[in-house]
Write a protein of this length. Structure first.
Length: 155
């Protein structure tokens, strides 16, 4: 396979992860594993630096690791290695946007000032306005609904 095909596989895996993250957030984190995710919606209940919600980083790392292992070890499945790369890159982007930029768990960079970054903040703010697992909105990270690009009117 050529470089372009590996790049395409990596890009496709990265793009697919937005849907996987949305699905997992909506149906798993706000479903059967709400007990892990709940403290993320109620940060005043968290003692220490880590949240129970941080377990999901490990859960999402497992498929990536499996792809690296199989892609490296099984003849004919080298392309799977690049699926693992795409998953890993998405995980890094998710960490930088969600934990660093939105929640300021690390003080690495300040407010980004463009329409897209502001829409991400608005969408995530709308999501966190709900403190229960029901009736949530905006479960994705990178794909943001049109309504979040509009500035809220001051009262």
């Amino acid at each position: 396979m050529s470089f372009l095909i590996y790049f395409g596989v990596t890009l496709a895996a990265f793009a697919a992860m937005e849907f996987v993250a949305w699905f997992a957030h909506k149906y798993i984190m706000h479903g059967i594993l709400w007990s892990w995710h709940e403290d993320h919606h109620n940060p005043h209940t968290v003692e220490g630096f880590f949240e129970k919600n941080d377990r999901f980083f490990l859960v999402f790392a497992i498929p990536s690791a499996i792809c690296y292992i199989i892609g490296s070890a099984v003849p004919g499945y080298f392309w799977l290695f690049f699926v693992g790369v795409g998953i890993s890159i998405y995980g890094l982007v998710y960490f930088l946007i969600h934990d660093v930029y939105i929640h300021r768990r690390f003080k690495w960079f300040k407010k980004l000032d463009n329409a897209y970054s502001q829409a991400i903040l608005r969408a995530h703010g709308a999501h966190h306005a709900r403190k229960t697992k029901e009736d949530g909105e905006s479960f994705g990270l990178l794909v943001v609904g049109k309504k979040y690009f509009k500035k809220r009117k001051r009262q």
